[in-house]
Write a protein that binds this ligand. Structure first.
Ligand code: GRF
Length: 194
């Protein structure tokens, strides 16, 4: 069973969806650790409720990205983490973590990359007046939402949609699609290693 850490900074609805999928057997993985850079984030509460250990840190207490990433790494080693799942983690992963977990970090982004990378992908889609946006699951590299794409799902936009309508449709799709795709990724990785 794949030992994973989830990195998140906010509400953690994707964290929750992944926990639920593990709970009901849809996703064969062990969530060993939550890593969170925002001490007051709701996701920390969710981890406590689920009985999942959390490493919560304030980047401002460290002198550099390398320093806090090395503190994260210590925890990842302690918990035997093999794979990192980003779910609303609002920081770029630095070269320190990338070198230790090469090819073993994935992210979910609320657009059809390479369109609308970075912050507020939904706002960017609204501004561009596109009729289709979506979600992308991709490997993480040093860029902002630039790594190799693993899977995508399109979501239609309709006239009269509010931002809330679009965000809720995207979230709903993410909650189904992320656990399913992770299951496929972990099966592939386990198969390749056996
Ligand atoms: C999601 O829309 C995800 O695509 C993006 O950040 C959001 C996180 O939402 N990377 P939540 O914290 O999981 O509710």
């Amino acid at each position: 069973m794949m030992n994973i850490a989830i990195f998140a900074s906010g509400s953690g609805s994707n964290f929750q969806a992944i926990c639920d999928a593990v709970q009901n057997g849809e996703l064969e993985a062990n969530i060993s650790l939550l890593v969170c850079d925002k001490p007051n984030a709701k996701v920390v509460e969710r981890a406590n409720d689920a009985g999942i250990p959390a490493f919560v840190f304030s980047p401002g207490n460290f002198s550099s990205k390398e320093e806090y990433e090395s503190a994260i790494c210590e925890q990842l080693l302690k918990y035997g983490v093999q794979f990192i799942v980003l779910a609303g983690y609002m920081r770029l992963i630095g070269s320190y973590l990338l070198s230790k977990f090469a090819g073993k970090i994935v992210n979910i982004h609320p657009s059809l990359l390479p369109s609308f990378p970075g912050k507020d992908a939904v706002g960017q889609a609204i501004e561009a007046q596109v009729k289709v946006t979506g979600i992308t699951i991709h490997y993480v590299d040093e860029g902002m939402d630039t790594g190799p794409i693993i899977a995508q799902k399109a979501i239609d936009l309709f006239d009269g949609d509010t931002r809330e309508d679009i965000e809720s449709r995207i979230h709903q799709a993410e909650h189904e699609f992320y656990p399913k795709t992770l299951q496929k990724i972990f099966q592939r990785v386990t198969h390749d290693n056996s």
